[in-house]
Design a protein around this ligand. Structure first.
Ligand SMILES: N[C@@H](CCC(=O)N[C@@H](CS)C(=O)NCC(=O)O)C(=O)O
Length: 215
């Protein structure tokens, strides 16, 4: 039985969970926090969440896990079958990860855990996100999903914008979804899917508990 290690507050964990559910693959959820302890880095070498336990060993890095799931369970497809459109979907997903999720993440500690504002990040992150959104406007069709059919680009987007939106609103007073025509509807459709709604419900419960515990 596959086991997804991590916790439901983690947006990367939720991307992999979403794909597992969409594909109807059976899996267990194993609670794990990021850690540099050797027993965890043996599973996830960078100590990050999530990692996926398979019959053959562990995998880390979300994009790798999404590709692995596509390979072991091609149907329902979350990536087009033909090489070029498949690469375009992966291009969109990678751009969202590198140029929206990662720069927005620099503000997570402040926004979600009340830590001091990272002033360097305030200056550096915004132009990166602006470029990421411009690329998303350029590459997306939003008919109705980001790349047309529902794909991993939508999964990565849903669980990037879930945190990037409140972060950019709080730090910059900036509505990043409004920057990309069609994105709001694509995100709404993604989160309304059966798998999307389940992941979101679990995320909301876990986030409330996590914040209560952090005080
Ligand atoms: N590149 C990783 C990023 C995963 C990631 O950053 N996970 C967060 C939790 S959402 C984490 O483990 N943070 C702790 C750390 O970076 O040490 C992936 O694609 O899976």
């Amino acid at each position: 039985m596959r086991k997804l290690h991590g916790f439901a507050v983690s947006n990367y964990y939720n991307m992999v969970k979403f794909a597992l559910l969409e594909k109807g693959l059976s899996f267990e959820e194993v609670q794990a926090m990021p850690s540099q302890e050797s027993d965890y880095t043996a599973k996830s070498p960078m100590g990050k969440v999530p990692c996926l336990e398979t019959d053959y060993g562990f995998l880390s890095e979300t994009s790798v896990m999404l590709d692995y799931l596509e390979a072991v369970q091609p149907s329902p497809a979350l990536v087009p079958g033909d090489a070029f459109p498949a690469a375009k979907v992966r291009e969109v997903a990678k751009i969202i990860e590198l140029y929206v999720e990662l720069p927005a993440r620099r503000h997570y500690a402040e926004i979600f855990f009340g830590e001091k504002r990272n002033e360097t990040a305030v200056t550096e992150a915004k132009p990166v996100i602006e470029n990421g959104l411009r690329a998303l406007r350029q590459l997306g069709t939003f008919k109705p999903y980001i790349c047309g059919d529902f794909t991993i680009a939508d999964i990565v987007a849903a669980h990037t914008f879930i945190y990037a939106v409140p972060v950019c609103q709080a730090v910059y007073g900036w509505d990043i979804v409004a920057e990309v025509p069609g994105l709001a509807a694509a995100l709404e459709a993604t989160n309304a899917r059966e798998a999307g709604a389940r992941v979101m419900a679990d995320q909301q419960t876990a986030l409330a508990a996590f914040q209560a515990q952090k005080g």
